[in-house]
Design a protein around this ligand. Structure first.
Ligand code: BGC
Length: 764
């Protein structure tokens, strides 16, 4: 009786107050009094255990995405759900499963507080977009936002209301397998893309059932794991954190992201999960974030292995005090927080703050109004895989490819009368293009290259595999084994190439060779593929190498010898169609690398915004005493921002409206860009700035702006960038974000190396 009454009063109050959802800009969420009042009234009804329950997240009944919990723990899930000791679940798929669990939360617990359902919708749910690194290569913020919106619409239709994306970790080391999940090496590009993705996932509000909570992860510095080995130690100065790692996280907060995830790594001796510097001082303090922070999978318990705490109880204590609001699969909060409060080790006010954050997002999502808002089976049927989504991911896939080389204009291909040999196991693979983190999609659901080419029937295409890349189980979460021995398919591939006008070789990494836990020390073409490439080259030099990979690779031999190279990454469901359309010139490649391609692994980490040193590489003196290797160049194979087109773009007339400015002023930088090629094409015009002298040494250049321009043959356009004080600021020796007076170089060009250059002076 009591239960019914409480629920009745509670729901009627909420229904009355919540006629429409809040909008997601910072000021409105901060001042959203009505939600705050509701949260307060609800919290007044809650026991300590029920509050702690809101901070507890369990894995669902699908595959785990981390180490499995201890025997017996998983069995407690249903029991805990019924007691109201669970606030969220992850890895639950489909409206049926979601509804079943939501029903327990809403109908069988004392207060009926709904669950939120999280899932790794990293680049699509069932209709898969290119991997995020590939999307970043498009530099097309509108397409990227659309791709996230498609993912949100599809995921929300199957009951999910929270994605663990975007990963906004700036990453400089391609040995780390998770570079595929982010936007590459640059904090500015990363910030712009983080903003686009968050807008795509969350929209302006959660009034409809097509938007999901986004999650900026992994806070912080996870990508700087020593030697690129996943989960490894990170040691980094505050200046680097602020200037390099934080910007995309800060941009995420400014874009209204509602959740953050912390990271597995330790940072300067403290696991990120227990870092109050990160979570309380910076995120919730300096940046005023009022959403909640979820731990990474088991990251509380892992603090025992880090040697930071001696048991899970101490882990719970440190993590909650440091500002980790929700525990993903460590069972630390549910098992120990109540005792910690009773023992006086954790103040209840700290628990209350965390619970308030979680409840706030549940109100924002509108779950109290309708807990089954995301459980409409008919909507699920009408939405998943719909045609419009296929068009959107195809569009994104075409925009994500990067043309690395095109000697003698081997591309685009003639549409008729040619004999084309296609070689490589990846060309006929319908799973690998889905890439890592596509856990809502079924195997064998991508369009293969062979299928894509078949839509252009006027050439003769003959396919031979040549060699396997991955052998054994290649499904989600399983380690792939690389073929190192079987060359039995070489002869047929060579024969195929001998008789062809053009050879398309699709080589690279299998889709599960990147992603979490997939660090590599050798970034060459895996297995026997390099050997096959060289053998085929002996009989036919007209090779177009289609690289398929989730991270920068080292391909010095191919870069030197193969006439045409197209970076196709892992492009998702529409992969084969997108590649075929680019090969045949229906889409003129416009992508630019979001990460440097090194010549060799020994150069790593290698990135464009490096610092000069006292003996810079630009001087290349005769003597040995300068910053270099004796066996390798300092320069990359392909620099950040690099990417060709079937057209050519010429830059001229770089001008500044004034060569000096102060404080509130602005100056304009203009440049003329002309399409001197035969095809209509798009170019990403890039603006870089170098602060010549700083209170802390400054990078040789930093990306500060970019603009995409589409030009017809012979057309030219003047592109203009506005330069202001804000653009020049950095985290200085005063430990503040400020702009220092001085001289600056300004560069505009087609990539981070090929630019026009001028200079200006700024005075505070
Ligand atoms: C990953 C996170 C992911 C989580 C849940 C962890 O292993 O680091 O990025 O969101 O699992 O699947």
């Amino acid at each position: 009786m009591k239960k019914i009454k409480v629920k009745y009063i509670f729901y009627s109050a909420i229904l009355m107050a919540l006629s429409c959802g809040p909008t997601l800009n910072k000021s409105s969420t901060y001042n959203n009094k009505s939600i705050e009042t509701k949260v307060d009234s609800l919290m007044n009804l809650m026991t300590l255990e029920e509050k702690i329950g809101q901070l507890n997240q369990y894995n669902g009944f699908y595959d785990v995405t981390g180490p499995t919990p201890k025997e017996g723990q998983a069995a407690l899930k249903y029991e805990h759900l019924k007691k109201g000791w669970v606030g969220s679940m992850l890895n639950v798929k489909g409206t049926n499963e979601v509804r079943t669990l939501q029903k327990i939360a809403v109908e069988q617990t004392r207060l009926g507080i709904p669950l939120i359902f999280g899932f790794d919708v990293i680049h699509g749910y069932k209709t898969i977009s290119p991997i995020p690194l590939a999307e970043a290569a498009s530099w097309d913020l509108v397409a990227i936002e659309r791709s996230a919106a498609v993912a949100a619409e599809e995921a929300s239709a199957v009951g999910i209301n929270w994605t663990f994306a975007p990963m906004v970790d700036v990453a400089r080391d391609p040995r780390w397998g998770r570079v595929m999940e982010g936007a590459g090496e640059d904090p500015y590009l990363g910030s712009r893309i983080a903003t686009a993705r968050i807008h795509g996932f969350q929209g302006d509000n959660f009034n409809s059932n097509t938007k999901v909570l986004a999650c900026a992860k992994h806070f912080a510095a996870y990508a700087f794991a020593e030697a690129g080995r996943d989960y490894n130690t990170v040691d980094m100065s505050e200046e680097n954190l602020q200037n390099l790692v934080f910007p995309p996280f800060k941009a995420s907060v400014d874009a209204g992201v509602r959740t953050f995830m912390n990271s597995f790594n330790e940072l300067n001796g403290i696991p990120a999960t227990a870092s109050s510097y990160l979570q309380r001082t910076v995120l919730k303090g300096d940046w005023g974030f009022n959403g909640f922070v979820v731990s990474d999978w088991g990251s509380m318990l892992e603090m025992v292995n880090h040697g930071y705490v001696s048991n899970n109880k101490e882990a719970a204590e440190k993590a909650i005090i440091a500002g980790s609001d929700m525990d993903m699969e460590s069972y630390a909060y549910v098992e120990h927080l109540s005792a910690l409060v009773k023992e006086g080790k954790v103040k209840e006010a700290i628990i209350d703050d965390a619970v308030r954050r979680v409840l706030r997002t549940k109100f924002e999502l509108g779950l109290f109004q309708n807990p089954y808002k995301y459980c409409d089976e008919q909507h699920e049927k009408n939405t998943v895989g719909k045609k419009e989504f296929q068009d959107d991911v195809l569009d994104m896939a075409k925009k994500s490819m990067v043309l690395l080389k095109n000697d003698n204009q081997l591309l685009p291909l003639a549409t008729s009368g040619k004999k084309i040999a296609v070689i490589g196991a990846l060309a006929n693979d319908k799973t690998s293009p889905l890439g890592s983190w596509r856990i809502g999609a079924d195997d064998e659901t991508a369009v293969s290259l062979i299928e894509g080419l078949s839509k252009f029937p006027n050439n003769t295409v003959t396919y031979t595999k040549g060699v396997d890349v991955a052998i054994g189980r290649t499904q989600f979460m399983w380690e792939t084994k690389i073929n190192q021995t079987d060359t039995s398919g070489f002869a047929a591939a060579i024969e195929n190439a001998k008789n062809a006008d053009i050879v398309l070789m699709m080589l690279g990494e299998h889709g599960l060779q990147t992603g979490e836990g997939r660090s590599r020390t050798d970034l060459g073409l895996p297995g026997l593929q390099q050997q096959l490439l060289e053998e085929v080259y002996k009989v036919n030099k007209n090779i177009v190498l289609l690289l398929s990979n989730g991270r920068p690779l080292t391909i010095p031999w191919a870069a030197e010898n193969i006439p045409a190279i197209l970076e196709t990454w892992q492009l998702g469901t529409q992969s084969g169609n997108a590649i075929a359309q680019v090969l045949y010139g229906e889409y003129n490649p416009s992508g630019k690398l979001p990460m440097t391609f090194p010549r060799s692994v020994g150069q790593l980490p290698l990135y464009y915004n490096y610092k000069n040193t006292g003996r810079p590489s630009s001087n290349e003196p005769e003597s040995v005493f300068w910053s270099h290797y004796i066996d390798q160049k300092n320069t990359p194979q392909y620099p950040f921002g690099f990417g060709l087109s079937y057209s050519k773009f010429e830059y001229s007339n770089l001008k500044l409206s004034a060569d000096t400015f102060a404080n509130t002023d602005k100056i304009q930088a203009t440049v003329e860009v002309k399409n001197t090629g035969k095809y209509r094409g798009k170019e990403v015009v890039q603006l870089y700035i170098q602060d010549l002298v700083g209170s802390l040494t400054r990078p040789v250049k930093e990306l500060k702006g970019f603009e995409m321009v589409e030009l017809l043959p012979n057309e030219s356009r003047t592109i203009s960038f506005s330069i202001d004080k804000k653009m020049l600021e950095f985290f200085t020796a005063n430990k503040k974000w400020e702009t220092e007076s001085g001289d600056f170089n300004l560069f505009i060009g087609t990539n981070s190396q090929e630019t026009l250059k001028t200079k200006f002076h700024y005075t505070n």
